[in-house]
Design a protein around this ligand. Structure first.
Ligand code: AMP
Length: 285
């Protein structure tokens, strides 16, 4: 019987940099895929995209305290390191970077990265602390690893745009790639937080994607935006979603409210199914 495939785990910036320096010495192109772990096919699709665009792939696993508000699920967020590393090894990734919180943040850390504009509205309104925490940790990950390319999912579409803006504004020498949303058979976007859903909630949750798709069809059929959004909200309530943080049509590049029908648009949603917050988005051109 062959031995299980393993992946190296670096827990310190020093260990990460030592490995990256060896690869750089061989002129290899390096990709980084930042994650919070509890890996699923959505994450692994980003690893595959990274492998197509680089010679070596580092996957970071870090549940970042800075992007959770005190009332949110930092403590209960699923942590499945050994299973994650087995999946990463099988996917062909080369290194798992798994820093402890004290490696990432000094007790008196006081520098934060705040990206204006694009991080306001949508998730920036319902989770005001969130994008500053994300931008700060991703900027640190970039400086720790110095990858040539980094890969993010369109599932967190606003986050992808925030990272692109940060990279442009700070002249960070990293190329950003976005990967498409990977979904369950019923359309539910894969998410580590789907594990919180009860079987009954999980059964209903697929309706979110179906409702967004219906909104896209209605818009393409020429129905008015306000009517389509009102109908979408009503359908979400009828399906059993307990609250809607937002359901909005936005410009796909700027996230501004849509005014010019020639520009490409996306519909964005964040809704609650019981105690679980679900997000999704899709193009509606
Ligand atoms: P997370 O571990 O949830 O912070 O996500 C890490 C990365 O995986 C982010 O760039 C996410 O956008 C991406 N991601 C999460 N779920 C999916 C999915 N279903 N499809 C594609 N990318 C995803």
């Amino acid at each position: 019987m062959s031995a299980p495939i393993k992946i190296e785990r670096a827990r310190t910036v020093k260990a990460l940099r030592a490995q990256v320096a060896v690869w750089r010495g061989h002129n290899l192109r390096i990709a980084l895929v930042p994650t919070m772990g509890s890996l699923h096919e959505g994450h692994l699709s980003l690893v595959r995209l990274a492998l197509e665009n680089a010679d070596r792939v580092v996957v970071s696993i870090f549940v970042n305290p800075a992007q959770f508000a005190p009332h949110e699920d930092f403590e209960s967020y699923p942590r499945t390191e050994d299973a994650d590393c087995a999946k990463l090894a099988a996917s062909g990734a080369h290194l798992a970077y798994i820093p402890r919180p004290e490696e990432m943040y000094a007790p008196d850390a006081s520098t934060r990265v705040r990206v204006g504009g694009i991080s306001q509205g949508l998730c920036g309104d319902s989770r005001p602390h969130f994008f500053e925490g994300v931008a700060t940790v991703v900027c640190k990950l970039f400086l720790q690893c110095l990858p040539d390319v980094a890969v993010f999912g369109e599932k967190d579409y606003q986050q992808l745009l925030v990272i692109r803006r940060m990279v442009r504004d700070l002249s960070l020498p990293v190329e950003i790639l976005g990967g498409p949303i990977v979904r369950e058979a019923d359309g539910l976007a894969m998410s580590s937080r789907n594990a919180y859903l009860t079987p009954e909630e999980r059964r209903i949750a697929g309706a979110l994607n179906a409702i967004l798709a219906q909104m896209g069809r209605d818009l393409r059929a020429g129905k008015g935006r306000a009517d389509v959004i009102a109908a979408g909200r009503a359908r979400l309530k009828d399906a059993g979603f307990s609250a809607i943080d937002y359901l909005e049509l936005r410009d796909a590049e700027t996230l501004d409210p849509v005014s010019d029908p020639r520009r490409s648009a996306r519909v964005f949603a964040a809704v609650w199914m019981g105690r679980t917050r679900l997000i999704d988005n899709m193009p509606v051109d």
